[in-house]
Design a protein. Structure first.
Lengths: 317, 613
């Protein structure tokens, strides 16, 4: 007799390229070094959020000389330079590692700073020439955080991005990260930014999702499990999470694009943590057994946690 | 419109103006000519020259960086009389007023707030020439009557002056009895201490300040206007980060001009103002310049040139041009130049200015991320000489050498060489502060280092006496005391992550000037006499001399013993005799030789040290 299938088969994370067939062509074009084809694909995307997801799938796969030879004045120069900067930033973070600052050695710090400075200087030129390029401003939000340039500067970069690409999910997400106490912000700043997003973001916009980051972070920052559970049972918190769901995933105008899995991940995770498995169920169903790497931010064994919560939700819902 | 003539050998510019007559006498002398130990001497002469007029609103003097102006306004007869009084005073200064005018200068200095751009020259040029405008008037206290007379006769001469008058003729009977025999003085060289640009340093709170250089060109005035416009747009209108922003273009007198810009920054938004400022500069650098902005700024400038009194209003600037040998442009020529400026011309100006830029960032900030190099706040080498550890055991060390002095702490050092010393502050308690021409400062506090008691005297003897500025006695609580062991070591002076450029230079944090490497502690926190000064390595004194001679003598005694024993041991061996003596014999010979080498070696070491000192 065959052994019983384990209750929770860990679910591996899926990259966007695995989730969206249309991205496979883009990645293939990038690997081939066909810059014109890459730009044609990127140019057809509806908004900055999709643009950034698509870029994240190719920026590590296009050879640097392909990006470097795009001439200044070419309409795609800014994107090419921003991709180079994104790659340099990524290399810098690999050197630094993702531990706490105190675990980073002085040579690691020096190399990290040197990489981020190089990326930032490329990006300064890009945003100087093309101030409307949201992708470059987003990368500058990343360098701003790594270089500890300050919260007001992060906000300025967010504002410059939002001037031409308002209600971008990923920009709100980055700024929310910057405002967290672990990045020398405060819960007051986090709450104020969440309230601002609730006030200014139109219903149906994916730009409201960063509000959920505030709750997830509050929950995971709690000292004890009991405290964490109590936070997510607070009626005001519950109401706010449902409000965000009503204005996003449950809203008829919601157009998440490449962020559809991210959106359902948020609610599947949050409702599960709240113990509201019935509410989590539709989101697990929408995920079709897939998940994004986002779960790894909050769970040690993300694949098993996902499977456990999913099975509980689907059993009840 | 503009006429050139001459009065008593003084070149004279005439231009029509409405309203009461305005006249001025401008000399090619200013703060850049003074030298750090004599800062304030031109200002003092200017005050003495105006004294005979009493205090009057319409007679005024301005001591600038490269020129000194005397402005006069009023009826023609009044102006003639006043100009003659100024000239007579410059020929024969009322030195009986010296102490009174010194007191007035001190009071003025105390009441004067430093401008936001005050620190840039010091970081760019050091403590000489164009850098001197950053420094207080340190020379005033000890200037003598002879000093000011000599200064007036060297610089305030008819050959080094230009007269300008708003009117169509020189007033009848005007005589300028200025000292003669001088010559037209060129502006000093503008040598920079910045190894590379663009550079940055951290200044006091208040805002972000920037300057950069370009070859003098009318495009610069328009670039300055556009820079101000863009800073206001990006930082005030768009970001709501600053409340004021400004930019200006000022000829330096040597064919170059300085474009200076400032944006204020409230404490909680300093990082964003810095970021926005960097982006505005980057926009100009990459050439994102709009024709509409250029046209708007040009229109404003042309409007100013259309003012009926423009000719008279330009006179003092033209006098400066004449004195510095730059072209004296008419209003029509200026119009033509303004009209000829293109976007390429603006971009060229922007490239020159941003490429040579110096950025002052708010405290605790950096600009390396934006491609600016940290301006040097320390020296590259330590002077060879004797090292004296700080008595608090912090690890800081003072080095006194034949060529200069250094302070060392860890990897950081500041050095002033005697031959490139700009000034020495000398306090009666023995403290000395040496400021190098590069602006680097070494403060020697006798209470902080176990240096020999004659240190101050040796420093005074090593530098040009004219560079020594005698400072008033300090109250006991103003004299620093070492850190007591109970206190944490002063690590905040040396942040590991970012070298703090605020470590150099002179006293006076309230003036926003950078601080010395070893900072005096708050003395109130430490009762006197709580610590025992640990003796450092000192210069050999008389006692050491005696020890040295004694060692030589003892060494010689040991040498002769060892020699006798060795010779005896060789000669004493006869064929067939016992070849090996007992062990004690060898021990004695070894001790004799070891003692000889030790004593002579030690004495030799002491001798070398003594000779080096």
């Amino acid at each position: 007799m065959l052994p019983a299938v384990p209750f929770h088969v860990p679910v591996p994370a899926s990259e966007p390229v695995e989730l969206f067939p249309s991205l496979r062509g883009l990645v293939a074009d990038g690997e081939r070094g066909d810059w014109a084809a890459v730009m044609a694909h990127l140019g057809g995307l509806p908004g900055l959020d999709d643009f950034v997801v698509a870029c994240s799938q190719v920026e590590g796969r296009i050879a640097d000389h392909v990006l470097a030879r795009v001439p200044v004045g070419d309409p795609s120069w800014g994107v090419a330079q921003a991709m180079r900067a994104a790659r340099i930033t990524e290399e810098g973070w690999k050197i630094r590692g993702d531990g706490w600052a105190r675990t980073v050695t002085p040579p690691q710090w020096a190399a990290f700073r040197e990489h981020l400075n190089r990326a930032e200087q490329l990006l300064i030129d890009v945003t100087a020439r093309e101030p409307r390029l949201g992708y470059a401003w987003l990368e500058r939000m990343t360098t701003c955080q790594g270089l500890s340039l300050g919260a007001a500067e992060a906000r300025r970069r967010y504002d410059r991005l939002s001037a031409h690409a308002p209600h971008t999910y990923i920009a709100g997400f980055r700024l929310m990260q910057q405002l967290l106490p672990k990045w020398s912000g405060s819960w007051e700043q986090v709450s104020a930014f969440a309230a601002e997003l609730l006030r200014v973001t139109p219903a149906g916009s994916i730009g409201l999702l960063p509000v959920l980051v505030a709750h997830l972070e509050r929950h995971s920052a709690a000292e004890t499990d009991a405290e964490a559970a109590a936070y997510l049972r607070d009626p005001a918190v519950v109401a706010e999470i449902h409000l965000v769901a009503d204005r996003t995933v449950r809203h008829p105008a919601f157009q998440p694009g490449y962020r559809v899995y991210t959106a359902h991940d948020y609610f599947a995770m949050l409702f599960s943590l709240m113990g509201d498995h019935a509410a989590a169920a539709p989101h697990f169903r929408a995920l079709h057994g897939r998940r994004t790497p986002f779960w790894e931010w909050y769970f040690g064994d993300a694949g098993a946690a996902y499977a456990g919560h999913r099975d509980r939700a689907l059993a009840r819902g | 419109m503009l006429r050139h003539t001459e009065v008593d050998g003084v070149p004279t510019l005439l231009a029509p103006g409405s309203g009461p007559m305005v006249a001025g006498l401008t000399f090619r002398v200013g703060r850049v000519d003074e030298g750090l130990a004599r800062t304030g001497i031109t200002h003092l002469v200017e005050h003495l020259a105006l004294h005979r007029h009493g205090v009057a609103d319409h007679h005024n003097g301005v001591t600038g960086g490269i020129v000194t102006h005397f402005h006069l306004r009023g009826a023609e007869a009044d102006i003639v009389r006043s100009l003659e009084l100024v000239c007579d005073s410059l020929s024969d200064l009322p030195v009986e007023r010296l102490e009174t005018e010194k007191a007035i200068l001190r009071a003025e200095a105390a009441g004067r707030a430093d401008g936001v751009t005050a620190l840039l020259p010091l970081w760019r040029y050091g403590a000489q020439h164009f850098g001197l405008v950053s420094y207080p008037e340190w020379g005033v206290d000890q200037l003598s009557a002879d000093d000011v007379r000599a200064w007036a006769h060297t610089w305030f001469t008819r050959e080094n002056a230009v007269l300008w008058i708003s009117g169509d003729r020189v007033p009848a009977g005007l005589r300028l009895r200025l000292p003669g025999g001088g010559r037209r003085r060129p502006v000093p060289p503008a040598a920079t201490v910045l190894p590379s640009t663009p550079a940055y340093f951290a200044g006091p709170n208040g805002g972000v300040v920037f300057d950069g250089l370009m070859r003098r060109h009318t495009a610069g005035t328009l670039f300055g206007g556009m820079l101000e416009r863009e800073l206001l747009r990006a930082l005030r209108q768009e970001g709501g980060l600053s409340t004021t922003a400004s930019a200006s273009y000022d000829p330096r007198g040597d064919g170059f001009a300085v474009v200076t810009a400032f944006a204020d920054a409230p404490p909680e938004r300093q990082d964003a103002v810095l970021g926005g400022f960097v982006d505005v500069l980057a926009g100009f650098r990459v050439g994102r310049i709009e024709q509409a902005d250029l046209d708007a700024v040009r229109a404003k400038r042309e409007e100013a040139l259309a003012h009926p009194d423009v000719h008279a209003g330009r006179l003092s600037g033209l006098a400066t041009d004449l004195l510095t040998g730059e072209p004296v442009l008419s209003v029509d020529e200026l119009h033509a130049e303004l009209r000829a400026v293109t976007l390429d011309g603006i971009h060229d100006a922007a490239l020159q200015v941003t490429g040579s830029g110096l950025l002052q960032v708010p405290p605790g900030h950096r600009a390396d991320w934006a491609g600016f190099t940290a301006a040097p706040a320390t020296s590259s080498e330590t002077i060879p000489g004797y090292t004296f550890r700080s008595v608090d055991g912090s690890g800081a060390a003072l080095v006194l050498g034949a060529e200069g002095v250094s302070l060392v702490e860890g990897e950081r050092r500041v050095t002033v060489r005697f031959r490139t010393c700009a000034a020495v502050h000398a306090w009666p308690d023995g403290a000395r502060q040496l400021i190098g021409l590069d602006g680097i400062t070494v403060r020697i506090e006798p209470t902080l280092f176990a240096a020999p008691p004659d240190t101050a005297a040796r420093i005074d003897a090593a530098v040009d006496p004219a560079l020594v500025v005698r400072m008033p006695a300090r109250t006991p609580d103003a004299i620093p005391r070492p850190y007591t062991p109970a206190q944490p070591p002063p690590t905040r002076l040396f942040p590991a992550a970012s070298p703090d450029p605020n470590l150099v230079l002179v006293p006076g944090a309230q003036q926003g000037l950078p601080q010395p490497l070893i900072q005096p502690q708050d003395p109130a926190a430490f009762p006197a006499g709580r610590f025992a000064a640990r003796p450092g390595r000192t210069r050999p004194g008389t006692a050491q001399l005696i020890i040295m001679i004694a060692m030589f003598a003892a060494g010689l005694v040991f040498l002769s013993c060892a020699g006798v024993l060795t010779i005896a041991s060789v000669e004493g061996i006869e064929p067939g005799e016992e070849e090996f003596r007992d062990v004690a014999w060898y021990v004695i010979v070894t001790i004799a030789w070891t003692g000889t080498l030790t004593l002579l070696g030690w004495a030799g070491y002491l001798l070398v040290r003594r000779l080096r000192s």
